[in-house]
Write a protein that binds this ligand. Structure first.
Ligand code: NAD
Length: 330
């Protein structure tokens, strides 16, 4: 099959080429996919897209008119796809439901430990010959209460690791899992999780129900000084409310790997430009905010697995008309 790969970086190309083994013609495009860039697909029958590509109705209509029949997402989340429009246009959507939950969970812990013990600030100080400890005070994770929102593949790994640190673990998920309870984790209401947790970490998908899960009301129900961590999707928290929470001190510290408006910023080098997003720029001014640019998935193992499963989806679709991991509307 001829496949147009959007939002391509050098590492995407390297891992996809290794997994493809010359079976399909992969055309690589750096721009992200939207209605405006859809005509780049040319004669491709399939498109390979990533988290910040905009697969809305106008884009899907253009792709279908050009002959595209498959969209192989090289990610787990599919909140950026209008599934109804895909169905109406006869386009099949495939995704990579699981690649390495460890990659995302371990990055979540990296954020928690860095934010707590301020190793990012200590690194710079020590290099400048400043060995003062003021401002670097952290807390023991041992004995603290950690609240995990979403106990799927990633949330479960996070819970196991936090358990290893000696945290008391609470969870909120509309579908409680007995395997999680067997770890000694207690499922509680959203209100109890917010009120009890010293650390809250988000691992649910972005859906209409989880959009702005952390909003003004949720923040006012939090334990004062809470550490909030989001490695799920930016829209799960309301950035305006979180900035207000940081200013009032209810949010003691914040770590983000994802941001509501990240599609304009992340995965590209903007270091010689002015950041025009005032909310994002405001976040960067807080000493107790740590942001990474959607890199939680970024390990050798995860990229290998993402490329292999993406190619399996394309192979299967080419042979049978069905990808291995189709996204359905229910
Ligand atoms: P998963 O499908 O295995 O688990 C998601 C869990 O969230 C499920 O247990 C589900 O019941 C729960 N959930 C659904 N609605 C909820 C709600 N309203 N409140 C609380 N919980 C709810 O998914 P996963 O593989 O663990 O991934 C979780 C999310 O992490 C993905 O949806 C994706 O958005 C994000 N993610 C981020 C990165 C990154 O690089 N930052 C990489 C991969 C995934």
């Amino acid at each position: 099959m001829r496949v147009a790969v959007f939002s391509t970086t050098s590492y995407d190309r390297r891992f996809l080429e290794a997994a493809n083994d010359h079976r399909h013609e992969l055309d690589y495009y750096e721009p992200s996919l939207s209605a405006a860039t859809a005509p780049l697909t040319g004669k491709a029958q399939a498109v390979c897209a990533f988290v910040n590509d905009t697969l809305d109705a106008p884009c899907l209509e253009r792709l279908a008119k050009g002959g595209v029949r498959l969209i192989a997402l090289r990610c787990a989340g599919f909140n950026n796809v209008d599934l109804k429009a895909a169905h109406a246009n006869g386009i099949t959507i495939a995704r990579v439901p699981a690649y390495s939950p460890h990659a995302v969970a371990e990055h979540t812990l990296a954020l928690i430990l860095t934010l707590n013990r301020k190793t990012h600030r200590a690194y710079n100080r020590v290099r400048e010959g400043n060995f003062a400890l003021d401002g670097l005070l952290g807390f023991d994770l041992h004995g603290k209460t950690a609240g995990v929102v979403g106990t799927g593949k990633i949330g479960q790994v996070v819970l196991r690791i936090l358990g290893g640190f000696g945290c008391e673990c609470l969870a909120f998920d509309p579908y409680p899992n007995p395997d999680v309870e067997a770890l000694g984790v207690r499922y509680v209401s959203k209100a109890e999780l917010l009120a009890q947790s010293h650390i809250i970490t988000l691992h649910c998908p972005l859906t209409p129900e989880t959009h702005h899960f952390i909003d003004e009301a949720a923040i006012s129900a939090c334990r004062p000084g809470v550490m909030l961590v989001n490695t799920s999707r930016g829209g799960v928290i309301d950035t305006h409310a979180v900035i207000a929470g940081l200013k009032s001190g209810v949010i003691g510290s914040l770590a983000l790997d994802v941001y509501e408006e990240e599609s304009e910023l992340f995965f590209r080098d903007h270091s010689a430009e002015i950041i025009r997003d005032d909310l994002f720029a405001r976040l960067l001014t807080f000493p107790n905010v740590l942001i990474t640019g959607h890199q939680a998935f970024f390990t050798q193992e995860a990229l290998t697995s993402i490329a292999e499963i993406t190619l399996q989806n394309i192979n299967n679709f080419a042979q049978t008309g069905h990808p291995v991991h189709a996204v359905t509307m229910d």
